[in-house]
Design a protein around this ligand. Sequence first.
Ligand code: GRF
Length: 215
Amino acid sequence: MSKPLQLAILISGNGSNLQAIIDAIELGKLNAQIKVVISNNSAAYGLVRATKHGLNTWVIDHRDFENREQYDTVLQHYLESVAADYIVLAGFMRILGPAIIKAFAHRILNIHPSLLPAYKGLNTHQRALDDGVTQHGVSIHLVTAELDDGPIICQARYPVEAGDRIEDLQTRGYRLEHRMYPQVLGWLSDSKLTIEGGQLFYEQALLEQPISFDP
Ligand code: GRF
């Protein structure tokens, strides 16, 4: 087996996507190693999850810094010391500035609860319901300097029914998210997906038989 994909995972809250990645690794479905879990929030439940599984955790609290640049500089310093293949944003509620994104160009992934480019930013479910959409979904993308804007790696959609509430969309979305992140990381780990210069190259078999996450 090839060397496990080395990951740094950044969280701010519950960490259910982190848990899905941990579970996939422990079940032998994903050849990866989580080198560290970093949170800007010391109360993030994801830190408890990480500790339970014996993972290294660091809290770098943005409130300890005067501005975004200072925070990003320290975060970059820590991330460089980890030498991860990929930095995985999994509910990390901080916008990263251009310098740190450039430092790890094409190596930062994010998961976003909408079908990008629709509904960038926050409150995606409420805005989708307000617009009366019939399809909503999840995107995993490369992080660039524009918010929720980088090349899309993988998307999955689910139907929105009349009378749905935010919680219904959350439930459907999470069901997909928890399959998608381990799957995408698995593609990277198995070199079924390679990223060069911000361009995505998928193994032919993946293109011929795209894996469907539709519920
Ligand atoms: C997810 O909905 C993800 O799409 C968004 O933040 C949420 C994180 O959830 N970026 P969790 O902390 O992984 O449970």
